[in-house]
Design a protein around this ligand. Structure first.
Ligand code: UDP
Length: 493
């Protein structure tokens, strides 16, 4: 589909603004590529902190982004990378203090508008901006879109059910479900059935974990409620899910003002199937693990990763390590340098030596390629939405070990709604919730070598098929993305 003339006149030009976090940047980079191959010019705006890390991580790699190549022209499509300061000092612990980051991001509107205005004439080959695709959690784009008189397209990086729960957060306050009372929430008397979209009944603990604060003046609590007010005011809504997984109603429920709302995911999958890499990692990907996987038995390896932000206590890491050892399976474990609450992970004494014949540790993996590898049979995950989508798209069942945000909902849905995995029971130990090694080992064994595990594998293989169908030509997400591009062309006039 080519919607521009030879000179690039009348072409669409999208500005894409992700939340500065790995999963959000990945999802929107995938959208950038899918728009670009449909003839849309893209200006991708990262914060400087993210931009510098993507450039650094890809120095040895093949990233789309580099300091000297801020415009990308490949196969006739154009993506330009710009960056703005996030308002925090360079040495600020952005991921460990998300509250300050979020408050700072809410004030970025004027800087973003200045950046875009000054960029308008700089690349003569780029036509005027025609719409802004904003991550649902970047409310600062609202005023920018209004001032520039362009449509504001809200992109939800969560599953539709979690998005609905966030979009209606202020309503849930009035219904008494927020703030979440954690002590009653695990076995609640009342499930949340008042949300629209035919989503499965929610437990209070399925709501974004930021609403668990006992003190509603908590910064994150307030910041997420503020975002919620802005999330219902888009001119168009896009969601990184697929209709066959969550249904159309859940997506439509995200439009409170009658704007179109479409499911266009899993976004990474069509790029992956067609051999395009999103190349937006914040860490250098250790490709050597793919060679190691080549040497393992089909379906035997447990892949372990807790995403880009989750941290674990030293005690918890030790229990996971011993549980993995006890499972008897080979495993590939992503141990980010900051996984152990800011410090390098300390594993139990002698652990690496004892498991060296069947274990590999990396700092960061090419995750989609790992999950697509025939040797991988199970994903022990923090249940981030991108990781969950990637796992189901590759037909790999999951064991969920959520940390924060929407991960609790993703984990429960994987277990109880989609029936593609299990989770852990924790116990109270020294005033902390800990999952013990026996629980880790037991759940991993159930998944790897029982008929119950086999059933979940069969279920996830069915989802793999429908995810691929959705993103390939003629599929629901493929057609929805085409509809979106057509609608943006019409709205441009
Ligand atoms: N990821 C990766 N290599 C790793 C671990 C994670 O490339 O070793 C990617 C993963 O494929 C996903 C993203 O990082 O696209 C993590 O996003 P998710 O929503 O799962 O979790 P978050 O990091 O936002 O908590």
């Amino acid at each position: 589909m080519n919607i521009m003339n030879q000179k690039g006149e009348h072409a669409l030009h999208a500005v894409i603004v992700p939340t500065p976090a790995q999963g959000h940047v990945n999802a929107l980079m995938n959208l950038a590529q899918l728009l670009a191959i449909r003839g849309v010019f893209v200006t991708f705006v990262n914060t400087e902190w993210i931009h510098e890390r993507v450039v650094e991580a890809s120095k040895k790699g093949k990233s789309l982004v580099s300091k000297d190549n801020l415009e990308l022209e490949q196969q006739g499509w154009r993506i330009r990378f710009l960056s703005i300061p996030d308002g925090l000092p360079p040495n600020h612990g952005r991921t460990s203090n998300g509250a300050e980051l979020m408050v700072s991001l809410q004030k970025l509107g004027p800087a973003l508008e200045d950046l875009l205005s000054s960029a308008q004439g700089k690349s003569p080959s780029f036509p005027p901006i025609t719409f802004i695709v904003t991550d649902a959690f970047m409310s600062c784009t609202e005023q920018v879109a209004t001032n520039m008189s362009v449509p504001r397209v809200i992109f939800w990086p969560l599953c539709a059910a979690a998005s609905v729960s966030q979009c209606y957060a202020n309503f849930l306050v009035s219904e008494g479900f927020i703030p979440v009372n954690v002590s009653e929430a695990k076995n609640p008397e009342k499930l949340i059935i008042c949300l629209p979209g035919n989503i499965p009944p929610l437990k209070p603990t399925d709501l974004l974990s930021f609403y668990r604060a006992q003190d509603p003046s908590d910064i994150l609590f307030k910041a997420f409620l503020y975002e919620s007010q802005k999330q219902s005011k888009g001119d168009y809504i896009l969601v990184n899910t697929f209709e066959e997984l969550e249904g159309k109603d859940a997506v439509t429920a995200l439009s409170l003002n009658g704007s179109p709302a479409l499911a266009i995911g899993p976004l990474f999958l069509s790029n992956f199937l067609e051999g395009r890499d999103s190349c937006s990692s914040l860490w250098e990907e250790e490709e050597c693990c793919l060679t190691w996987l080549d040497m393992q038995q089909p379906g035997s390896v447990i892949y372990v990763s807790f995403g880009s932000i989750a941290v674990k206590s030293e005690q918890q890491l030790e229990q996971v390590a011993l549980g993995l050892e006890g499972s008897g399976q080979p495993f590939l474990w992503v141990l980010r340098l900051d996984i152990a609450e800011g410090q390098a992970a300390i594993l139990p004494e002698g652990f690496e030596e004892r498991t060296k014949k069947r274990a590999l540790f990396v700092r960061w993996a090419p995750q989609a390629k790992v999950l697509a590898h025939a040797s991988v049979g199970l994903f022990l995950t923090h249940s981030g939405w991108n990781s969950t989508l990637e796992s189901m798209s590759m037909g790999v069942p999951v064991v969920g070990f959520p940390y924060f945000g929407d991960q609790f909902l993703n984990c429960r849905f994987a277990k109880e709604v989609w029936k593609i995995g299990l989770d852990f029971e924790d116990v109270d130990l020294d005033d902390q919730k800990v999952v013990m090694k026996e629980e880790v080992e037991g759940v991993l064994r159930r998944m790897m070598s029982t008929p119950e595990g086999k059933k979940m594998r069969d279920n996830v293989l069915r989802l793999k098929e429908s995810a691929a169908k959705a993103v390939l030509p003629g599929g629901s997400s493929f057609l929805n993305l085409n509809t979106f591009v057509k609608d943006m062309t019409m709205s441009k006039g």
